[in-house]
Design a protein around this ligand. Sequence first.
Ligand SMILES: *[C@@H]1O[C@H](CO)[C@@H](O)[C@H](O)[C@H]1NC(C)=O
Ligand SMILES: *[C@@H]1O[C@H](CO)[C@@H](O)[C@H](O)[C@H]1NC(C)=O
Length: 287
Amino acid sequence: MKKFSIFVINLFLISIFVKCQANINEKLTHECLKHYLKQRGENEEILDYVDSYFGSITDCESAVKSKLASIYANLRNRLQSDRVNRPFVECVLKDVEEDDDIGYEILVLKETAVEMISNWRFWKYFSKSSRLDELRDDAESIIKKTLLKCKGYRKFGDYFSLIQDLGALPNVTRSGEQEYCIRTVLKEKGCINSLYDFRDNPKNVRTSTLNCTIVYNEVVEDLYNSMYKSNEASNCILDIYKKENYADYVLTAELLSKISLSKSDKSKEKQNFINKMVDISYETKNC
Ligand SMILES: *[C@@H]1O[C@H](CO)[C@@H](O)[C@H](O)[C@H]1NC(C)=O
Ligand SMILES: *[C@@H]1O[C@H](CO)[C@@H](O)[C@H](O)[C@H]1NC(C)=O
């Protein structure tokens, strides 16, 4: 029994020692973190008891920056260790590090501050772990969303380029009537810049008896059906695509492949396409 309690005391001392060492290395104090968050308009209630910071502002900023650097390094390692995520590491880090609106930095700093609550603050300590879970979940969902976006940038960028190279959607040939109606309807919908130079009726088909609403809707249906058949999209995904008019954007990309554009117009259109597609596909994340 005596041996055992000495063992426990030793463990306790070792853990104190390890904690002190960590603090010495980081120089990041609870007071500084709270100050830093407050400067950014962030009040974390659970830290109410933490004293005001009276130290040097530059020291505090640099301690926070070095903490953030190590958090981002960990994130980088974690993403890099996953083969699927590895190609998107730079894109994800760029987004979360540089885009303040995303709010990742605030979440991980709050997490760091809440982690520092020690067990002698009994009532705070009591709610520490549930608050930590919340903050971690929020930070993780930012990473997931950013990953989806980064994957989307790649995927839809490639898709747009493929369509431009083929001058058509993959495995699709169009009748003159379809060509005419796609142009007419996309123009009506304002999907295509009317200043672009293209012929409305490239195959000179007779249009007097055409109902372009019907022709266009058939083209759209065919597109969705082929996506379903090739397992590219489930019913759940297709429902969202239909609601968001996914086909309009794809058919616009197809039309753009048939008209000659300046390099800068083309790259502007490509970016629009990617942004729109990434937004739409983000909505399908729960499918
Ligand atoms: C297009 O056709 C090729 C060969 O005919 C086939 O390998 C490919 O899977 C098809 N792609 C789509 C999207 O249907
Ligand atoms: C074209 O077809 C649609 C849908 O069937 C119909 O609502 C519309 O009135 C038709 N337009 C013309 C000009 O016939």
